[in-house]
Design a binder for this molecule. Structure first.
Ligand SMILES: [Zn+2]
Length: 73
């Protein structure tokens, strides 16, 4: 079961929850375990990985020895 990281806007609490993918796809409402608020949003751990123009991340090959077609366009 994957772990998701969430942040509470109400009390600025950062927490992790374990939820099955199917549950999450149903539109799970995550409550803050500290204050019970539902003003939570998911922290995407890979946010920076997919930022454009990044170089030297070393993730996914990029423009390494065998770049994907069009990668270095
Ligand atoms: Zn909270």
């Amino acid at each position: 079961m994957p772990t998701y990281e969430y942040f509470c806007q109400n009390c600025e609490n950062r927490f992790e929850i374990k939820v099955s993918v199917s549950e999450k796809e149903k539109g799970l409402k995550v409550k803050c375990p500290r204050c019970g608020s539902n003003k939570t949003f998911q922290i995407l751990g890979n946010f920076f990985t997919f930022s454009k123009g990044g170089s030297g991340s070393g993730f996914g090959g990029g423009c390494g020895p065998n770049p994907m077609p069009g990668c270095c366009g």
